[in-house]
Ligand binder design. Structure first.
Ligand SMILES: [Zn+2]
Ligand SMILES: [Zn+2]
Length: 143
């Protein structure tokens, strides 16, 4: 059982955050942007309930890549760690990169999204979770 607030941050410690309520859902994203953003085959993201994410340190260290047709991807400008995704100007829903948490955040991934883009070298495990190609979008628009 996770205790609240959950805490987390970037590699260099400049950016720190808290989540004050249970996370809503988590999923794997296999899209090309997540591959490039992370240098890996997929990323795991947890959605926070509205109004439950607080930047406790380093707000001025956060920078975002804002693709014209997608959600903002926030990272630490010092160490490059990916921390959040969000709507415009850090609007809800905020997604938190699962690897950024200090502790077990409580939720478990419940689906694989954008599996049509998964790289050939990263086979998706046979974990029984539902898979969505490219038509169903976890955030309502392109992630
Ligand atoms: Zn950092
Ligand atoms: Zn993605």
């Amino acid at each position: 059982m996770a205790s609240f607030p959950l805490t987390g941050g970037c590699n260099c410690g400049a950016v720190r955050f808290e989540v004050t309520a249970p996370l809503v859902v988590a999923h794997y994203c296999h899209c090309t942007r997540c591959q490039r953003r992370t240098g890996t085959g997929a990323s795991v993201n947890a959605r926070a309930a509205s109004g439950t994410v607080r930047i406790s340190a380093g707000r001025d260290q956060l920078r975002a890549w804002k693709p014209p047709d997608g959600r903002e991807k926030w990272f630490c400008r010092e160490c490059g760690s990916a921390v959040f995704s969000s709507g415009q100007e850090f609007a809800d829903p905020i997604g938190i990169r699962m690897g950024a948490f200090d502790q077990d955040p409580g939720v478990r991934p419940s689906a694989h999204y954008y599996v049509d883009y998964a790289p050939a070298w990263d086979e998706i495990p046979d974990d029984g979770l539902p898979r969505f190609g490219k038509d169903r979008r976890p955030w309502g628009k392109r992630s």
